[in-house]
Design a protein around this ligand. Structure first.
Ligand SMILES: [Zn+2]
Length: 96
C-alpha cells in the first residue's frame, strides 16, 4: 500500500491509500465530492533509525557550532576527585 495525495481546489489536500501503481488520476473530495486531482510528491523513503539520524544531525550541527558550556556536567567534578583519591599510587605522594 502506498499513500497518494490529491488536492481539492476548495478543501485542500487529502490522502488516499491504494496499491502501488494503481492510483487513479483523480478522486472525489471527501468534503464536497468534487474532482480532486492527484498531486505528485517525493516518496517517503526510509532514512534509517530515527535515533541514528538524530545523532548524525546533532554531530553535523555541533561540528560547525559546538555547544558552549560554563561548567562541567553536574556530578562530574565530584566523581573525578573520588577517582583520584582512590588511586593507591597517589596515596604515597607527599602531602602539602
Ligand atoms: Zn472539496
Amino acid at each position: 500500500m502506498a499513500v497518494y495525495l490529491y488536492r481539492c481546489p476548495a478543501h485542500g489536500t487529502t490522502e488516499t491509500r491504494c496499491a502501488m501503481g494503481a492510483a487513479p488520476p483523480a478522486v472525489e473530495c471527501p468534503a464536497c465530492g468534487s474532482t480532486s486531482a492527484r498531486v505528485f510528491t517525493a516518496p517517503r523513503l526510509s532514512l534509517g533509525s530515527p535515533v541514528r539520524r538524530a545523532l548524525i544531525e546533532r554531530a553535523e550541527r555541533t561540528g560547525d557550532r559546538p555547544d558552549v558550556v560554563s561548567a562541567p556536567p553536574p556530578g562530574r567534578r565530584a566523581g573525578r576527585r573520588a577517582d583520584v583519591l582512590r588511586n593507591p599510587a597517589l596515596s604515597r605522594l607527599p602531602r602539602p
